[in-house]
Design a protein around this ligand. Sequence first.
Ligand SMILES: [Fe+2]
Length: 486
Amino acid sequence: MESEPVSNTDVPQGSKPFSKTDGADFPPDLSYQSGFGNHFASEAIPGALPPGQNSPLICPYGLYAEQISGTSFTSPRKLNLRSWLYRIKPSVTHEPFKPRSPGHGRLVSEFDQSNSSTTPTQLRWRPADVPNSPTDFIDGLYTVCGAGSSFLRHGFAIHMYTANKSMVNSAFCNADGDFLIVPQEGRLWVITECGRLQVSPGEIAILPQGFRFTVTLPDGPSRGYVAEIFGTHFQLPDLGPIGYSIVQKFGGELFTARQDFSPFNVVAWHGNYVPYKYDLSKFCPYNTVLVDHSDPSINTVLTAPTEKPGVALLDFVIFPPRWLVAEHTFRPPYYHRNCMSEFMGLIHGGYEGFRSARLTGGRINPFAISMGDGTFLSVAKADGFLPGGASLHSCMTPHGPDTQTYEATIARGNEAGPYKITGTMAFMFESCLIPRICPWALESPLMDRDYYQCWLGLRSHFECEGTDDEQGIHILNGNDETKIPA
Ligand SMILES: [Fe+2]
């Protein structure tokens, strides 16, 4: 996989609200360093990196040396993550942190009975509207569910955001964990201490614990998903402002501190602990070429492992455009109950497991999915699994294709030739921890309270002629339980 750590740093020149026409302030042709997990180096001014050592008595240009570490100092060298930043002033120079006022109220980092609950019911939410009032990335971020604790350094949180306003003269710092951001609508232009990232829907950005960053919204209204992990980092699966307000998330609470210079005044840096982004269209999916439906784990892009081999604190799995070719196989995802918990989102298009209405009359709408034989299935606009929406299937909660998808699939039988699922990008945050759900998510008007009905139409197709009843076998015939007479 190719990853793209942030672009070469330019010291930001001033700060002002961005609008849709502010693209000129953020050149579209940034160059990125590539290579997941590499050691990188970047200089905004030639010679700003000290040669041969990390912490000389006096750094070039009179810069301060400052290290940010993503692992303990004593971690084995092959696991050690840290970067050295050479900056105009050190980040320590700021006024004391104080609780942000007013508080945020919808961020959770330690999940317990006081702030969240559990249910084995299948849950699904419609996409949230972008607010009318000015809302930046911080204020627009809210926790949906999660498990564990940022204090105990084990767990995860799943957030979503809706925002319409760029952060102005403020920077966000997540001391609790790493953010994996999945924009669904609207680009994110992120200024970090290591440089800048332009992240479009279809790309992801990872902002590791501790980095300060500012999110600007060149397209205005924006929406997306965020996975946060506590106590570990993602890896590849075994396969010029006057003043800044630093907003630090610590234990799920927000604190602010004033700083009279840009937090991005890094002139050079080197190391392997950096923000990065990845274009999901570059992911090459693998799947069966003969029979059966492979497990979704083959589509894992990034994983945050636990100490148990093969068991993830959080996997980031995608379902990109791909060919389906399996013979005499039920090609949509199979019905299952998973000991892991699955939170799904949809960036664009539809997801094959959750088509909810057959399109009639040959009409094609943006939610239609080609079945490859001239027919289309569509995702209903009023409900269903929509771009910007979400679903949660917790540990051992059964789920799978809805009634229409099942019936359409078996009706097509073995006639289905190879066909390509196009124009879609769904993803899953999958965890071995069981998420607790925040009350505002459970009580949200966006919750699809009829979700369970998509499976109620699944009828028995059981046929069994000539069964004798010597052993008292009861069978299902159609929807009626029948005891065949002996
Ligand atoms: Fe699943």
